[in-house]
Design a protein around this ligand. Sequence first.
Ligand code: FAD
Length: 388
Amino acid sequence: MSKIAIIGGGIIGVATAYELAKLGEEVILFEKNYFGSGSTFRCATGIRAQFTDEANIRLMKHSVERWEKLEEELESDIVFRQTGYLFLAASEEEVEAFKANIKLQNKFGVPTRLIDMDEAKDIVPILNTEPFLAGAWNPKDGKANPFKTLFAYLFRARELGVDAREHTEVVGFEREGDAITAVKFRSNGRIESVKVDAVLNAANAWAPLINEMAGLKRDLVPITAYKHQLVKTEPLEPGQAEPLVCPPSWNDAYIIQDGEDGGIICGAGIEHKAKSLDDYEPTYDFLRGVLEYAVRIAPPLRYAHIVRQWAGFYAKTPDSNPAIGKLLDNFYIAAGFSGHGFMMAPAVGEAMAELMSKGRSSVPLDWEWYDPYRFERGELRSSAFQIG
Ligand code: FAD
């Protein structure tokens, strides 16, 4: 049994801690703030296998299969609902692009199909069908509650013996050659250290700072925090917009109805580089911009009251694909998840745990595609299709 430290108590760190404990490893998990306080509790809840490249489609197909069994496995209602994702094409060129994407997704067993606007209206009663020609519809995509999911993983991880510490900030490492031998952390104002056999950097937007602490170049894995925001309406009758509905050519604007309280979450690709790693202030520009899109997608929303607006980070690499893999002998990274870390967590947690514990994984995760050294080599991947 090895002692493994995980830095970052977001969904990736917590899911990996749980998977490592299942494999019998001793795990210490550090979160500098409270669990979920990074991007995880700020996300739009969406889960989809509708990507536009093989690596992300295959990873997400596996992840959705894990999501399907997660409530039973974690013995907790995480409000996972397969209510689908509906992408909308506003031009003939987009319809052709959708067809090509659908073909690729079908090739890997994802059951997306092209639907007409009558069917789209049946699925989303408040949809404005007029501007659109067709939809790409995968009923197996879905959504889950990020709060309940993280706490369900955390609860089970602790039951399996994970030492999960919040308000405990990692501040440095001891390193011998290419191996990390100890983690230094601040707790209750005191600096302490613990000997470890391996370390996972799951600090998302903060990951470059952790890499620097490990003696690596800060921009070896270039991750930049972009401020993304959401607004949520008052509760509406269930069934109005259950799938995530998105016309990608409208600045990736989307709406999705909360599977529990019925409020409609509205997002868009209106992003700004975060001024700092605590730049969480929501902006009026976003509120105005996102609502213009939302009421064009679903006109009845003009009568709904907005009850919340919040901001978080898309931690983005230059190709919007995460960095997953080994950086030093016993120092690993799974970070830079852009808008997809929540949906990918079941698969990535499983894959990382297997890699760290057994040196290999049965999860269909293309390690070369997500190789954290690809940026240094100048080998960017095709950009992962973003949005929640
Ligand atoms: P985080 O949740 O950010 O966790 C990293 C943690 O590391 C933080 O809690 C931080 O406090 C901690 N940390 C940092 N430094 C230290 C240190 N020195 N010591 C200890 N701890 C440290 N994804 C989806 O899949 N579907 C969606 O629909 C979706 N919608 C989104 C909408 C918005 C508005 C935003 C902002 C994001 C959205 N995302 C979505 C993205 C998703 O939220 C993230 O990709 C995911 O939560 C990343 O999880 P993580 O565990 O990697 O990072």
